[in-house]
Design a protein around this ligand. Structure first.
Ligand code: ZN
Length: 177
């Protein structure tokens, strides 16, 4: 029982492991236990997405589960996705800006441009290959997590440093009430 709820330590920027290119998963069964712990960790920190490199495992897997929050009551919700060996095979020309934060970049929020929709090919936790279209906020989170597999942090994507806020100042100055 205790193992099921085990949460993992999340690495923060400056840790070189966040900048590595993650390896393909060859053995889905071996990735399963890690994925389960990543889901526990994601729910524990109340996040929308978590990639394996963030917990110090340089393999191509991430978990996504988007939820409405007090600050984002209109956010699009998604079921839990455990994504292994993903490949973004198509992106929409249309892009949009929205706010992102990252547990590896504590205390900050930034405005990031992402493709509005993507077509993703990936392996499920049951080892099935799937192709699925994602739109809006879940598509954004997937692009953010996908970047982690390439050693990219959302800070790298900011068009200007003026798009970066502390969480406190974001509530004070950027949040539309
Ligand atoms: Zn992140």
């Amino acid at each position: 029982m205790m193992e099921r709820n085990e949460t993992l330590e999340i690495l923060e920027i400056g840790d070189p492991r966040l900048r590595q290119r993650a390896e393909y998963v060859n053995d889905i069964k071996q990735a399963r236990e890690l994925c389960r712990k990543m889901v526990s960790t994601l729910r524990h920190v109340k996040g929308d997405g978590l990639a394996a490199p963030q917990v110090g495992k340089s393999i191509r897997t991430f978990v996504v589960e988007t939820k409405k929050t007090e600050l984002f009551p209109n956010r699009q919700e998604s079921p839990l996705y455990t994504i292994i060996n993903p490949k973004i095979i198509k992106v929409s020309k249309e892009k949009e800006y929205d706010w992102e934060s990252c547990f590896s970049v504590p205390g900050l929020i930034g405005l990031v441009e992402r493709h509005k929709s993507i077509l993703l090919r990936y392996i499920t936790i049951d080892g099935e290959q799937r192709e699925e279209k994602f739109e809006g906020y879940p598509a954004r989170v997937i692009q953010h997590e996908y970047d982690h597999l390439c050693g990219i942090i959302y800070l790298d994507k900011l068009k200007t440093k003026n798009h970066l806020y502390t969480a406190e100042n974001w509530i004070k100055y950027a949040l539309k009430k």
